[in-house]
Design a protein around this ligand. Structure first.
Ligand code: S3P
Length: 170
């Protein structure tokens, strides 16, 4: 069994990073961390409020600081935000400090999983489905580039995804 110092989950909104991360951490005996939650805990406000007052640029700066700090820990499963790979320093931290798993699913599936929730400012638009497609087209090559393992979460439950990851780490 490969036991990397840390496991970093990357991938688009709605891929299941937080849900899978929580269960994977429990199954492996790692601590679970979530970079968006950490940002919200530190600022005391939610993600849409940060985007409203500081723009995406301000959010990315906070995200970079949090990722840099969390990546120094050992024995964590970290669920990152969908845009984490856009920042070169983050890509470098993830590669240096752990094993990166890209949770992959289609924009249609992402939409189905995120449609009812307004907590994601980048898709709080008139046509969220198209936005998800555009973001995916831009980011997919970067997710693949940073990934040590790619796992599909398309139309499947968390337990099955966690089982596959454990099997492939053996
Ligand atoms: C973002 C994804 C969100 C959150 C922020 C920006 C993105 O995280 O970090 O709204 O750029 O794709 P999730 O992937 O957990 O939804």
């Amino acid at each position: 069994m490969i036991r990397p110092p840390n496991i970093f989950l990357v991938g688009p909104m709605g891929a299941g990073k937080s849900t899978v991360g929580r269960q994977l951490a429990e199954a492996l005996g790692y601590e679970f961390r979530d970079s968006d939650q950490e940002i919200q805990r530190r600022t005391g406000v939610d993600i849409p409020t940060i985007f409203e007052f500081e723009g995406e640029e301000g959010f990315r700066k906070r995200e970079r600081n949090v990722v840099e700090e969390l990546a120094q820990e050992d024995g964590i499963v970290l669920a990152t935000g969908g845009g984490v790979v856009l920042t070169p320093e983050n890509r470098q931290q993830l590669a240096a400090r752990g094993f990166v798993i890209y949770l992959h699913c289609s924009p249609e599936q992402q939409f189905a999983r995120t449609a009812r929730d307004r907590s994601r400012p980048l898709i709080d638009t008139e046509d969220p489905q198209q936005r998800l497609r555009d973001l995916m087209a831009e980011r997919e090559p970067i997710y693949r580039q940073v990934a040590d393992m790619v796992v599909s979460t398309e139309r499947r439950g968390t337990a099955s995804v966690v089982k596959e990851i454990r099997r492939r780490l053996e």
